[in-house]
Design a protein around this ligand. Structure first.
Ligand code: ATP
Length: 486
């Protein structure tokens, strides 16, 4: 059954009777609300005739959210976090809830694919990901108008950022002719959209050739909306942006919903946040702590082990009084690093820092290299990868985990000589997955590393969204998701 507009206000009101909660989007992330059996009954009885469907179908797109499952099994006195409550109140249609026959679906996809100098696609993961949503709509007898950004054009159209370069490959993947409009708004787009028959596909030129797109301009969004009858957002990677095509456009549609990519992304993130099987290990890497403070703090509430590698680890060693040579350091985050170590202790989380590093005397692949303990990196040298001992300790911890979340590489993996830590971690994540664990890889660089090693199909899920995934996991409301809520 699809989401019902009528049922939500009733059931939300029922919880308000006992707990005068603020609207769900502004719920504090870490708040704990006691939900008693009495309230659960209230929640059920508030929508006569819809007891199970309300909990299992109406409020969650996949019908089997761990959050909802645990709610349904709740015993008296069970405590629920804001995440559970958000899940309860979240109503969002998916493409499975709609018959597209005779409809034109305006789909925000993420076709931001890398192109080489000859304008050939070098990684088609994002194109591939969008196919199931497009095909579902075509199979129903609908037509699709695809809109996306590509790269970061500065001032208007630029050949290297044109989406015309993906038309041929997309046509092969869909086994059909893909029409192309040289401008995402205007007469050509309108005429080509109007001419689409059942199963027809039209791709619009790069949205970011208009600065109105990133500014979230309403007039621009309205013009886009006139191209379709139904709005589908399947671009999770830009869901954290309130752009014209990702959020603003939704207000002009009665029928709006998420596609399969968006649905899978949210489900997998939620699975890790709410339904993680233990032991749960999070691996954080990449360049800076500052990018990941909020997610690390949030994870300390749910993980058993937190492994920290990459450039960010050195600030922790410095904070503990070590010598880190020329390794990456965020001077202003030394206190924060100490606080995180303390918080991990308080929460009984095993925070593991890499004991050693592969150090180099220059930031170059062919620099001189040696191994060193991380508290004693000689002056003039910098840690560019986790060392062999740390690799082994991390791998052991990962392999015995039932849930693994990985964000950010363990070293400067783009340089062959400093890629071994990232490769070893990737192998351990594959091994944990093959033993029956659940693994979620998020972040542009870690996802690229896993895919380039050919491990993409051997982990549970590789997220297409870096920033969007982190923000979702931090508990922030994603404008692209909020715009689809009914
Ligand atoms: P994205 O931000 O694209 O989603 P991510 O979250 O996977 O990616 P980032 O935080 O952006 O990762 O960090 C990745 C960068 O960190 C890589 O370019 C890598 O070279 C760099 N990096 C990792 N370890 C080190 C190190 N020890 N010293 C310097 N740079 C490092």
């Amino acid at each position: 059954m699809s989401c019902s507009r009528r049922s939500r206000p009733t059931s939300r009101a029922s919880l308000h009777l006992k707990y005068p909660l603020v609207p769900h989007r502004s719920l504090p992330t870490h708040a704990i609300f006691p939900l008693t059996l009495a309230n659960l009954n209230l929640l059920h009885s508030s929508s006569p005739g819809h007891r199970k469907p309300i909990l299992f179908s109406v409020f969650w797109p996949t019908r089997s959210s761990p959050a909802i499952d645990s709610l349904a099994k709740a015993k008296k006195g069970t405590k629920f976090t804001a995440y559970h409550l958000k899940a309860i109140f979240w109503t969002m249609k998916t493409v499975d809830d709609f018959n597209f026959e005779g409809k034109k679906a305006l789909i925000r996809v993420d076709f931001n694919v890398p192109l080489n100098a000859a304008f050939q696609i070098t990684d088609e993961t994002r194109l591939k990901a969008a196919i199931p949503t497009i095909q579902k709509i075509r199979k129903d007898g609908g037509s699709v108008i695809l809109m996306s950004h590509l790269g970061r054009p500065k001032e208007g159209p630029e050949e290297k950022f044109s989406l015309k370069h993906v038309v041929a490959r997309l046509g092969e993947m869909l086994d059909t002719t893909v029409e192309f409009a040289n401008d995402c708004i205007g007469d050509e787009a309108r005429e080509k959209s109007a001419a689409l028959g059942a199963g027809g596909v039209l791709l619009l030129e790069n949205l970011r050739f208009y600065k109105e797109e990133t500014k979230g301009n309403e007039d621009f969004a309205k013009k886009l909306s006139e191209l379709g009858d139904v709005y589908v957002n399947d671009a999770f990677g830009t869901a954290h942006r309130a752009h014209a095509s990702t959020a603003v456009v939704a207000q002009f549609f009665t029928d709006k919903m998420c596609g399969y990519v968006m649905q899978a992304e949210l489900d997998n993130a939620q699975k890790v946040l709410d339904g993680a099987e233990k032991p749960f290990t999070a691996i954080m890497g990449g360049a800076k702590i500052s990018d990941k403070i909020l997610i690390i703090e949030r994870l300390l509430d749910v993980v058993d082990n937190l492994l920290i590698g990459g450039g960010m680890a050195y600030t922790f060693f410095k904070a503990m009084g070590g010598s880190i040579g020329n390794s990456l350091l965020e001077e202003d985050k030394l206190d924060l690093a100490k606080t995180l170590i303390e918080k991990a202790k308080e929460k009984d989380v095993d925070l593991l820092l890499p004991i050693d590093s592969i150090i180099a005397d220059d930031f170059k692949n062919d620099a001189n290299r040696q191994e060193a303990k991380n508290h004693a990196i000689p002056a003039g040298w910098m840690g560019l990868d986790i060392g062999p001992e740390a690799q082994q300790v991390f791998a052991n911890k990962i392999e015995e985990s039932k849930t693994v979340l990985w964000n950010g590489p363990m070293g400067v993996f783009e340089m062959e000589n400093f890629a071994s830590g990232t490769i070893k971690v990737a192998e351990a994540v594959v091994s944990a997955t093959e033993k029956g664990g659940f693994s979620l890889i998020g972040g542009g660089d870690s996802a690229a590393a896993v895919n380039s090693l050919g491990f993409g199909d051997r982990v549970s899920y590789v997220s297409t969204g870096g920033g969007a995934l982190l923000e979702y996991m931090e508990g922030k409301t994603l404008p692209g998701v909020a715009a689809l809520e009914e």
